[in-house]
Design a protein around this ligand. Structure first.
Ligand SMILES: *Cc1c(COP(=O)(O)O)cnc(C)c1O
Length: 408
């Protein structure tokens, strides 16, 4: 929207405003509250409960045998690490470019993150991964599809299978995405998802874990706090599987409740339509910014089915002052950009060198990329026209910086 009296177009939308919860989800939530049966195992005779249904539906959505709904995405990652027996002092490979809950999940089991470099496509550097798979001693990779970017998953699995490294996927930003038609979260042994407000389904807090592995799912269910009621799960392995794990797996309570599941089920049914809406915003922004001198869009490979709920750009030639100038001038025009190269973390932009509980590590390639990396959420409350305007503002501000530098 161009406000009167302003010489330059300004955007007035809110980058953290999500859509309301759909009416069908509100009705389902109210029905759960009226029943009083909010705990997942507090079901009436003959009733399976909202959580069990959500698990079945999400397993079908991801084409997984089993699914467990939990309290958060971070909890799902922690349970996944415990379920594959990661313990104190173990090394776990993970992305140098990711969000704080990922190294946090590793630290929560007293293991040590070993960070892998990022590429200009914002995916894990597979050469660095292969090198560290060979030398680090890690038996697990907690792979984060950060900001929705999927690496060449076929090659990643080849590297990890050859090195006998278990892959756990953090799909907080790729729920609904796929690589070569395989849903994100289904290449590795375990896929973890978040249903926190800023992700692709919104229950405030929440997480999901999927796997085809009987023992992994039996352990995850025990860990989540099943009080020996594992027989009530539907997207779960046969009950005799639990004989092997039920006395040796601790209860680390982190169940999902029926209220959250009730809110999520109608949203899950809508997800493909929402993905199409996100991608319309994303492609509009991408087109609007492509071919801008000094600005690099992240080209997406054909094999990747994206969910464009956020967009990233690189200013590869800009120095820190220039990047800061772009952030500031876009901000003055209502466009809130997050900068992963800023000296101090702001909101979600903390980086591997901000996580000082982990041993200090050098990632020169990642440093160089994050120095020019800008990020923006694309909430569905934005219209395609909004996306076009935002792209125009960013393009304008990068171009004006570029012409100033050219004139110097
Ligand atoms: C949000 C997020 C998580 C974890 O989600 P929570 O539900 O907040 O614990 C994991 N990984 C990434 C990359 C995230 O952005």
């Amino acid at each position: 929207m161009i406000l009167p009296g302003m010489s330059k177009a300004t955007f007035t939308g809110n980058f953290t405003q999500q859509e309301p919860i759909p009416d069908a989800a509100i009705d389902a939530a109210v029905a759960v509250m009226r029943s009083g049966r909010l705990h997942r195992y507090n079901t009436a005779p003959g009733e399976d409960g909202e959580v069990s249904h959500l698990e079945e539906e999400f397993a079908a959505f991801t084409d997984a045998k089993y699914c467990l709904a939990v309290a958060s995405g971070g909890y799902a990652m922690g349970a996944a690490l415990r379920a594959v027996d990661v313990g104190p002092g173990d090394k776990v490979l993970t992305n140098g470019f990711t969000l704080a809950p990922v190294p946090g999940a590793i630290a929560a089991v007293n293991a040590e993150p070993v960070f892998v470099e990022v590429t200009e496509s914002l995916t894990i550097d597979l050469d660095d991964l292969a090198a560290k798979a060979a030398t680090s001693g890690a038996k697990v990779l907690l792979l984060s599809h950060m900001r929705g970017h999927l690496c060449d998953m076929d090659r990643l699995m080849e590297i990890c299978d050859a090195a006998r490294i278990i892959v756990i996927e953090d799909c907080a930003h790729t729920m609904g995405g796929a690589w070569r038609g395989v849903p994100s979260g289904r290449h590795g042994l375990i896929g973890c998802y978040s249903t926190q407000t800023y992700k692709h389904l919104n229950s405030g807090e929440g997480g999901l874990l999927v796997t085809d592995d009987d023992i992994v799912m039996a352990k995850a269910i025990m860990l989540s706090g099943s009080y020996m009621l594992f027989g009530r799960h539907r997207a779960a392995p046969p009950v005799d599987t639990f004989e092997k794990v039920k006395y040796v797996t601790p209860n680390v309570s982190g169940r999902m409740d029926n209220l959250r599941a009730a809110i999520l089920r109608p949203q899950l049914a809508d997800l493909p339509a929402q993905v199409a809406r996100w991608n319309a915003l994303y492609r509009t922004m991408e087109e609007g910014m492509r071919n801008t001198p000094g600005l690099q869009v992240i080209e997406r490979p054909e094999e990747e089915s994206i969910v464009g709920s956020s967009i990233q750009i690189l200013l590869p030639q800009a120095n820190p002052d220039q990047v800061a100038t772009v952030v500031k001038s876009c901000g003055a025009r209502g466009v809130e950009l997050k900068w992963f190269g800023a000296p101090e973390p702001v909101a979600f932009t903390s980086r591997y060198d901000s996580w000082r509980y982990a041993p200090a590590q050098q990632l020169p390639k990642t440093d160089a990329i994050l120095a020019g990396l800008l990020d923006m959420r694309l909430p569905l409350t934005f219209s395609v026209e909004d996306a076009a305007l935002i792209a125009e503002i960013i393009r304008d501000e990068v171009l004006s910086l570029h012409s100033q530098t050219a004139a110097e």
